[in-house]
Structure formats: C-alpha cells, structure tokens
Design a protein around this ligand. Structure first.
Ligand SMILES: *[C@@H]1O[C@H](CO)[C@@H](O)[C@H](O)[C@H]1NC(C)=O
Length: 283
C-alpha cells in the first residue's frame, strides 16, 4: 500500500516535472508551433510567387520525402512582406496582392495538414509555368483536392475562405467554384492579375503574424532556409537569391540538409535525455 502510494507520488512528481520543463521550452520557440522540443525547427522563408522560393521548395521536396524525416523536423513556412494596415490584406507583398493571397493559402495548408500532405499541395502549386495561378482560390483548391485532401473537412477551406457559405463544416464537394485560370506560359503567369477574392479571418491573421515574425527574425531574402541549431551557431542559414545559393556552409543539396537535420536531431535527443531543455542553450 505504502509502496503503491510512493510509486504514484513519484510518477506524479516526475510527470509534472516533465510537463513543466516542456512548457518552459515552448515560449522560446516563438512561431514554431506543434513542437515539443524534440523536433528540429526548420523554416523556409518565402514569397509564394517568387522564383527563388520555388528553388528552395524544390530541394526540400526531396528532404521531405526522406524516410522518417517527419519525426525529426518541424518544417514551416515564413512569409516575407511589409506590414501595412492600409493594404488589401494588411500586408504588402513584392509580387502584389495575388502573392499575398497565395502566401495566406500556403500558411493555411501548413496549419491544417500533416507535412507530407501540405508539401504535396505546395509542389502542385509550384508545378507549371511558375508562378502560374498561385494566389487564385480555385487553383489552390484544385491542388488541395488533387492531393486527396477534403477542402472543408480538413479545415483548409475554412481557414482560407472563412465560414463555409452554407455554414456546413462537412464536406460539400458541390459548392460553386470558379474555373481554374488557364496559364499557358510564364509571360501569361506574370501578367495574370485577377480581382481580389478576399481571405478568411484566419488566413489574414496567419499572413500578418507570419510576415511580422519574419521581420522580427531579421530575414530579408526569399528564399532563406533557416535551421535552428543547438550545435555550433544558433542558426544554420542558407539563401537562394536571384538563382544563386549564398552562405550555405553545410551545402545546399537535399542530402546536405538531411545530414544537418540528422545531426541537430541527434543533439536534441541527447539534450532531452540529460534533461537540458534544448532551447536554453540558445540564450
Ligand atoms: C508585430 O509584432 C510585435 C512584437 O514583435 C507586436 O508588438 C506587433 O503588434 C505586431 N504587429 C502586428 C501588426 O501584428
């Protein structure tokens, strides 16, 4: 009886300690959601209609397909822009409001879908005559559905469009949709400038917060790949600018990123094993 009580007490104390240690780690990971301190934060800082963004997203497609990598990385997107309360979506984007919409759509994907799924949708969006119709609602929806994701049931539709027109949270594949824009060349893609279609409240919020976070992280170039590190330096950054890779000390091929992620993940596991909250080492 006494032994049982002691065991319970010990479990409660240890359990409690574990929880509080974890809770203390999270605030230092500002903007890195869903990470309990066991995954390596990796963020691609991009603009949805930017060719350099497409380059680093293409390299990361290989990274994401690496066996077991989803258990090691907390991969997110960070958007670049300028905060401007007067702007259509509260943000000015280098390639216009259409890009802002595309950015917001992609942030809704990241928030609502598992890594392999949101990455598949992103790859679809980047596919042909880039930047294609990125930013058009019907185009994003087509890519979402082509990836086998239900627009409304997944939460993506709600995030991007706001409440379902019929106030139905369940799948309704018959709701009216615009046609996907036909884009036959890069020139057509760059000239494509449809009227604004609006964004749901969550999408606007994600866009504004993401741009703000990128500014406070001091990141100015799309694309900047940032791996938060507990080895060597605080960040491993790698930039693609005007088609050129810059500052990538660890290399810029998919295998190089996988290697860096594996090293960081092993170190995080080591820090967690000896109960050093990894993020304290960053201060
Ligand atoms: C941007 O972030 C700062 C804190 O870093 C905050 O004070 C400010 O309100 C944010 N701005 C917007 C528009 O969210």
């Amino acid at each position: 009886m006494l032994a049982t009580t002691l065991t319970l007490l010990a479990t409660a104390l240890l359990g409690g300690a574990g929880v509080s240690a974890r809770n203390e780690q999270i605030p230092l990971l500002s903007g890195y959601t869903g990470n309990d301190g066991t995954k390596v934060p990796v963020r691609l800082h991009v603009m949805s209609r930017c060719p350099d963004a497409r380059r680093c997203e293409a390299v990361f497609e290989e990274v994401v397909k690496t066996e077991g990598i989803d258990k090691k990385i907390d991969l997110t997107l960070g958007m670049l822009g300028k905060l401007n309360p007067e702007a259509e979506y509260g943000v000015e984007c280098m390639h216009g409001d259409l890009e802002c919409a595309g950015d917001a759509h992609q942030l809704c994907l990241v928030e609502n879908l598992p890594l392999a799924q949101w990455y598949a949708v992103l790859t679809c969006m980047n596919f042909e005559h880039f930047p294609g119709a990125i930013g058009q609602l019907a185009f994003t929806r087509k890519c979402v559905e082509a990836s086998g994701v239900d627009w409304w049931a997944s939460g993506v539709g709600r995030c991007i469009q706001g409440r379902h027109p019929e106030h139905s949270a369940v799948a309704n594949k018959d709701d009216p949709q615009e046609a996907v824009a036909t884009i036959n060349s890069k020139d057509e893609a760059w000239a494509y400038d449809p009227p604004n279609e609006g964004l749901g409240r969550r999408a606007r919020r994600l866009l504004r917060d993401s741009v703000n976070q990128t500014i406070s992280d001091g990141i100015k170039k799309s694309c900047t790949i940032r791996i938060t590190s507990t080895l060597n330096t605080r960040y491993r950054d790698c930039v693609v600018d005007g088609g050129e890779w810059k500052g990538c000390n660890d290399g810029h091929e998919a295998v190089d990123f996988v290697k860096a992620i594996n090293e960081e993940h092993e170190n995080l596991a080591r820090l967690n094993r000896i109960h050093i909250p990894a993020w304290w080492t960053l201060q």
